[in-house]
Design a protein around this ligand. Structure first.
Ligand SMILES: *[C@@H]1O[C@H](CO)[C@@H](O)[C@H](O)[C@H]1NC(C)=O
Ligand SMILES: *[C@@H]1O[C@H](CO)[C@@H](O)[C@H](O)[C@H]1NC(C)=O
Ligand SMILES: *[C@@H]1O[C@H](CO)[C@@H](O)[C@H](O)[C@H]1NC(C)=O
Ligand SMILES: *[C@@H]1O[C@H](CO)[C@@H](O)[C@H](O)[C@H]1NC(C)=O
Length: 398
């Protein structure tokens, strides 16, 4: 969804013209206008506590024969994939950390590897076509470019290689309407397609999914959704999101704005229709704040409320989840949040799943605090002026 306005273009020009600070490693830092490097979060900003991951330790990518825990709990091994709540990081590759000069467009403090270590099992991102290369960019590649999709997928595969008891879901927005074969090329190029789970008929929703244990044993433990592609049996592991999933609204500007109404796919009409069709519910739970007319940024100010597992305060993740469970008669299969480490958001998934998790690594600090960009020091509002300007192009994206 594009929230552009003439006003924000004008504001962009104005802010850019009057900008007095150097833009650290941001979109305008390079003459080319493209920052091609994958964000390399510094070791400190992406630091993780040294607790014991129960599921790692094996570098084998062979199926595990003695599964003790699936997605951080023995209780989940016998649970069907669609009867588990998979906690997800919205825009998981778009970071607000030192690597992006604390970009206001960033939705997460920590990258996807850290997210997986912390128990996140759904990674969402947005893909654009940059001269024929599928690239992870936020709204536009001039705003936040997280590098080639293939490189990112290779990093996810690397993690999955080392964590053989984990089922991971990827959800990509196909912003430039590329073909499913284009995605297949990068999935195969990264090697991650080897884990791709292919339903017997991927063209249509099914209420019958294997258990996590089955997926782990068969080593087909990556579920890949793309919004939107035309499903092709040639690449049976690349699923068209809205054939299988429905979502509530994602463009929420107030903590009282979260609800459980079907937003997409519109054709389903209602959440109950979508559920009856076998589609799995995805609960978007992130808020934007309005920086200026037409300029929306991820709402960081209220994040402790937004991501809280509590059920007592409007905007709480726990409350929203309970509301949807009541309304849908089933728990969300997927939840997407910004700044996943806050809350922490995973607590709500654990409650819905009825588990006490093992083998996770907690995150330490925030990318923001570790910034070396100088943007905050130079700007009393802590705002990266050029980025703010460009945010006007369209931040309300999924
Ligand atoms: C989902 O899992 C719960 C907990 O194991 C179980 O009680 C319930 O029957 C399952 N639902 C379905 C539809 O299988
Ligand atoms: C996240 O950052 C760590 C530390 O820099 C790096 O090893 C890892 O590959 C990164 N993961 C992704 C998905 O970028
Ligand atoms: C895309 O290709 C055109 C023409 O070769 C070139 O001018 C432009 O710089 C390229 N853009 C990027 C982002 O590589
Ligand atoms: C849910 O939120 C959407 C988007 O804000 C709104 O259009 C819709 O009316 C809301 N549903 C209800 C039942 O309030």
């Amino acid at each position: 969804m594009i929230m552009a306005s003439l006003f924000s273009y004008a504001a962009a020009a104005l802010l850019l013209a009057s900008g007095t600070q150097a833009v650290p490693q941001g979109p305008f830092g390079a003459e080319s206008g493209i920052v091609s490097a994958v964000p390399t979060a510094s070791a400190s900003s992406a630091g993780v506590a040294a607790s014991q991951p129960s599921s790692s330790g094996s570098s084998s990518n062979a199926a595990s024969s003695d599964i003790s825990a699936c997605n951080n709990s023995p209780l989940l091994c016998d649970r069907a994939y669609n009867n588990v709540t998979h906690m997800g990081a919205h825009d998981s590759s778009f970071l607000r950390d030192a690597s992006t000069g604390n970009s206001l467009a960033g939705n997460q403090y920590f990258n996807a590897t850290v997210a997986l270590d912390a128990g996140i099992r759904l990674l969402q991102g947005q893909v654009h076509d940059v001269n024929g290369t599928l690239q992870l960019c936020h709204t536009t590649c001039n705003l936040l470019d997280a590098g080639p999709l293939q490189d990112w997928l290779a990093k996810i595969k690397f993690w999955m290689d080392k964590n053989p008891n984990e089922v991971v879901t990827i959800l990509l927005v196909n912003s430039d309407n590329k073909l499913v074969s284009d995605y297949a090329t990068v999935f195969e190029g990264s090697g991650i397609s080897t884990y791709g789970y292919a339903p017997s008929d991927g063209s249509t929703a099914s209420s019958t999914w294997p258990t996590l244990g089955d997926m782990i044993t068969s080593n087909k433990r990556l579920v890949s959704f793309i919004a939107s592609i035309d499903y092709s049996p040639t690449y049976p592991y690349l699923l068209s999101e809205f054939d299988h999933v429905f979502e509530n609204p994602y463009d929420v500007l107030s903590l009282s704005g979260f609800n459980c109404t079907l937003d997409r796919p519109k054709g389903q009409g209602s959440a109950s229709n979508a559920l009856a069709s076998g589609r799995m519910p995805l609960m978007n739970h992130f808020a934007y704040s309005l920086l200026m007319e037409g300029v929306q940024i991820p709402d960081e100010t209220n994040i402790e409320i937004t991501n809280s597992a509590d059920t007592g305060t409007t905007g709480n993740l726990g409350l929203h989840a309970d509301t949807c469970v009541k309304e849908w008669g089933t728990k969300p299969t997927f939840i997407l949040v910004d700044f996943f480490d806050k809350g922490p958001a995973i607590d709500t998934a654990d409650r819905l799943n009825g588990i006490t998790a093992t083998g996770r690594k907690g995150v330490v600090g925030t990318g923001e605090e570790d910034s070396t960009s100088g943007a905050s020091e130079n700007n009393p509002m802590g705002i990266n002026v050029a980025l703010v300007a460009f945010v006007g192009f369209a931040l309300a994206v999924v």
